[in-house]
Design a protein around this ligand. Structure first.
Ligand SMILES: CC(C)(COP(=O)(O)OP(=O)(O)OC[C@H]1O[C@@H](n2cnc3c(N)ncnc32)[C@H](O)[C@@H]1OP(=O)(O)O)[C@@H](O)C(=O)NCCC(=O)NCCS
Length: 177
């Protein structure tokens, strides 16, 4: 990875850029057939600056940003104490988003963000990190198993009355202590 990529915890003033980068990566990843109203509403709602700011202010949220030359190029966001019915864990955390801007994929930014968010979650007591990945997202489906995540099975992501098949992944976290 280039030396000029750096990582830090997100702060409240990052909400604007996280939201806009989130929209770009979300659309690149999920709007593979073009834009439809349900998808347009979903992306505007999820990545609205106020929505991201309120998420960053949540005591259970953890977020790491990747920067280069003063520009946001990726982020990882997780929620502590977030269970899934198919996951057995005393202290689960959920990886909500791992987004790297397209010009910076494939150079280790995703791996570095994932390692840092895993460490943060573990330091705050999480014993497992889980996530869901759309079955149309071949790159992500290949990425997580190579980083120690087990494919736990199918799950559904629903929004606006639509249902999309996802895979559920989970990894046991080692505590820092
Ligand atoms: C999935 C995603 C997060 C992966 O991030 P990334 O930054 O590309 O990941 P990395 O660069 O760490 O690893 C990707 C590949 O590049 C390779 N790579 C890592 N560092 C490298 C380097 N310095 N030089 C060349 N290749 C490198 C890795 O070996 C890896 O290949 P592998 O999976 O075959 O082992 C990214 O593609 C992304 O943001 N996608 C869009 C959003 C998305 O789908 N998010 C996940 C939703 S569940």
């Amino acid at each position: 990875m280039p030396d000029d990529v750096s990582f830090r915890r997100a702060v409240a003033s990052d909400a604007l850029c996280i939201g806009v980068l989130g929209m770009q990566v979300f659309l690149d990843t999920y709007a593979t057939d073009g834009i439809r109203p349900s998808l347009a509403r979903e992306v505007l709602e999820q990545f609205d600056t106020a929505a991201v700011a309120s998420l960053l202010a949540d005591a259970r949220a953890r977020c790491i940003v990747a920067e280069r030359n003063g520009h946001l190029i990726g982020f990882a966001q997780a929620s502590l104490h977030e269970a899934h019915p198919a996951i057995v864990s005393a202290r689960p955390a959920k990886l909500d988003r791992l987004y790297v801007q397209e010009p910076f994929v494939g150079i280790g930014v995703g791996l570095a963000l994932l390692g840092r968010i895993e460490a943060l979650a573990a330091a705050d007591g999480a014993d497992l990190l889980w996530l869901t990945s759309w079955i149309g997202n071949a790159r992500a489906l290949a990425f997580y198993p190579r980083r120690g995540y087990d494919d736990v099975g199918p799950t559904i992501y629903a929004f606006e009355g639509e249902e999309h098949e996802n895979r559920l992944f989970a990894k046991t976290l080692r505590s820092a202590g």
